[in-house]
Design a protein around this ligand. Structure first.
Ligand code: SAM
Length: 264
């Protein structure tokens, strides 16, 4: 992994145009990394690709960056980056979900309220900080959008028309046996994804207690939803997020082509 620090900024990036850093970024470069003027830093803003920069003028505790060379272009065509809809779980596991979804290239991260969601509030500022740090580390050229917590139906209604929902459903339909038995079980995710063509996709993961039978029936009854199985074992929600996003990227996403670090 490159030892050159990599920072996200909101400013436009252009050769020679100095960028003032905030206290936290200045502290990170000057005190944590103990760098000084002239030291190399890579910088991106989600619009102008990645630039090689150097630390410019340091005034007191504040540093600036001066972009010098355009190192990576911003992808012009939005890739097939998936949207993640997930029911928040315990704090540490939810933080893990946000971090891994960012590393795995999710375009948007949408916490949703389902009937069995136990965590009914989220800290968006915390999610955004986790996502920013993960994007800097994972060499992404953009940040995922973090949506506010919304009821499941509202979150689905807010999706762009034509978005296909990949509903990770571990259950069967027989309420008299654990996990619903085999009747009505979803097909393997690897068999379902290829049939979705090039439509935008939202992956839906439930809470610790899973989806209720009514929610499953409602979801399966929608015309835009495809139930998928992530195998015979019951995965924790955070494991299911990583598994589903990884399979998506491997079969339909940006793991299939391009050399070097991801262009998204
Ligand atoms: N319903 C179970 C329960 O009561 O413990 C498990 C819920 S699981 C912890 C959380 C979510 O992960 C599920 O709602 C589902 O979206 C996803 N998931 C876990 N294992 C899965 C599997 N084998 N196939 C499909 N989805 C799975």
């Amino acid at each position: 992994m490159s030892s050159t620090p990599r920072l996200f900024v909101s400013h436009d990036l252009a050769e020679g145009k100095a960028i003032p850093l905030d206290d936290e970024q200045s502290n990170y470069l000057l005190r944590v990394l103990r760098l000084s003027a002239g030291a190399p830093v890579r910088v991106f803003n989600g619009r102008d690709g990645e630039w090689e920069a150097v630390i410019g003028e340091v005034q007191g505790k504040r540093a600036s960056l001066v972009p010098e060379r355009h190192a990576r272009a911003q992808p012009t065509v939005a890739g097939s980056a998936p949207i993640l809809l997930f029911a928040p779980v315990k704090k540490a596991q939810t933080d893990f979900i946000v971090e891994k979804a960012t590393e795995l290239g999710a375009a948007r991260i949408c916490p949703v309220l389902t009937e069995r969601t136990q965590t009914r509030t989220v800290r968006l500022d915390r999610f955004r900080k986790i996502a920013l740090e993960a994007a800097e580390q994972t060499e992404r050229l953009d940040l995922p959008e973090i949506e506010d917590l919304a009821p499941l139906a509202a979150a689905l209604d807010a999706l762009a028309p034509g978005t296909q929902i990949v509903f990770c459903d571990e259950a069967g339909d027989d309420a008299s046996v654990p996990w619903g038995g085999e009747a009505g079980r979803a097909g393997p995710i690897a068999d379902v994804l290829p049939g979705l063509g090039e439509a935008p996709v939202a992956i839906l993961i439930g809470p610790e207690g899973g989806f209720t039978p009514d929610e499953r029936a409602w979801l399966r009854g929608r015309g835009d939803t495809h139930a998928v199985s992530l195998g015979p074992r019951i995965l924790r929600a955070e494991t299911a997020v990583v598994a589903a996003l990884s399979v998506w990227q491997a079969l339909k996403g940006d793991w299939r082509g391009g050399s070097g670090v991801s262009q998204s």
